[in-house]
Write a protein that binds this ligand. Structure first.
Ligand code: NAD
Length: 346
């Protein structure tokens, strides 16, 4: 299916609102999922909608949750999401980090125990658009899916690491990846397309290498391998400690949680408060020019922007199995046509 992203965004917002989300939250969530697909990360895109609707119905995404302030001390803020809708709460937490970094030069904002907050690069781009450098670490304590280096059984989450760097007169550098070789959602997409996974990404439930993504959707569960061998495994552990233990939210320990849970620690810096705005911008541009001299070298964030331009021009592609699931979930909350248009762009 090739679909118009604007129409699909409106359709998704209608689905989420019909399923009980506040209209503003539904719009933020729909925009986020469409943006993830546009940027070439369908693992975090519109195909998540049926799961979100099911989670709302099951009470795993708590629509009555309010963002609670646990600590508010100048640049240091800790928020508890109480399993509330992830994207709206991450958007609010990021806006707060931007406001505090503007005031103090830096901010550390913890958002603990939200429902799934999606593609983390989205929150880094929100900071970069405000002129801030930011780091984001996120844990996924729902259940262990990543095997630590040297092991055979899953013990960690896919724990993404993300950082963005605004540029003067150019789009930001956005470093945004799971600490597993592939994000878990890519297994769902591979399975929906009937594809196998390359060697070195997956173990089956007996700890043997496999290319079959369905091992991640069966009991007993297989495991994703960390990227970069011992280094990715160590980074995944550090992310778990920072986003889980340090914020006091759910942290991997062997228990599984029904709700798809994310905690995010955001650290944002105003370059004007450190190097100075001009000195920072000069150095970033010099470094970018130096690193990306060879024609084959891209800067992080470039692939996503290229894919977004192509999808805005040619339409957004959704595989048939995912589309059928989306249509069924939409119909279940009274949205008969996900692409119905009222003539307005969102
Ligand atoms: P990935 O392997 O596609 O890596 C993406 C990163 O690598 C981007 O920064 C991209 O710009 C950069 N990149 C790609 N090709 C490049 C090249 N040739 N040169 C330079 N840089 C290049 O990403 P992934 O690990 O599959 O993660 C996908 C998404 O999943 C991310 O957006 C992440 O935030 C998200 N995620 C979310 C959760 C969650 O629980 N919410 C968990 C894990 C991952």
């Amino acid at each position: 299916m090739i679909v118009d992203p604007h129409r699909l965004e409106r359709g998704l917002a209608a689905v989420f609102a019909n399923a009980g989300m506040a209209a503003d939250d539904a719009a933020v969530t729909a925009r986020h999922l469409v943006e993830a697909d546009l940027r070439g990360h369908p693992s975090h895109g519109v195909g998540l909608m049926p799961g979100y609707v099911a989670a709302m119905r099951a009470g795993e995404m708590r629509l009555d949750a309010r963002l609670t302030v646990v600590r508010d001390d100048g640049p240091l803020v800790l928020l508890d999401a109480g399993s509330g809708p992830g994207q709206p709460m991450a958007h609010a937490a990021t806006a707060l980090a931007i406001e505090r970094a503007g005031r103090h030069g830096l901010a550390a904002v913890g958002l603990r125990d939200a429902y799934h907050i999606g593609r983390i690069g989205h929150w880094a781009e929100q900071c970069a658009a405000a002129g801030l450098v930011s780091l984001h670490v996120v844990n996924v304590p729902t259940r262990a899916v990543v095997v630590p280096h040297g092991g055979a059984a899953a013990r960690l989450g896919t724990n993404p690491f993300t950082a963005a760097f605004p540029r003067r007169g150019a789009e930001p550098i956005v470093v945004d990846f799971a600490t597993s070789r592939w994000a878990m959602g890519k297994m769902r997409v591979a399975m929906a397309k009937g594809e196998t996974v390359p060697d070195g990404y997956l173990l089956d439930a007996d700890g043997r290498p496999t290319g079959d993504p369905s091992v991640m959707f069966r009991t007993p569960l297989g495991a994703l391998l960390p990227f970069g061998e011992h280094k990715g495994s160590a980074l995944a552990l550090a992310v778990e400690l920072l986003a889980g233990a340090l914020l006091g939210g759910f942290t991997q320990s062997g228990a599984s949680i029904a709700s798809v849970t994310n905690s995010m620690l955001t650290i944002a810096f105003d370059p004007a408060a450190l190097a100075g705005a001009d000195a920072y911008a000069e150095r970033v541009e010099a470094l970018a020019a130096w690193v990306a001299t060879d024609p084959g070298v891209l800067l992080p964030g470039d692939p996503e922007r290229a894919r977004r331009s192509a999808a805005m021009a040619g339409g957004l592609s959704v595989d048939p199995a995912t589309w059928n699931e989306m249509a069924a979930a939409a119909a279940s909350v009274g949205v008969a046509d996900l692409l119905a248009t009222d003539g307005r762009d969102p």
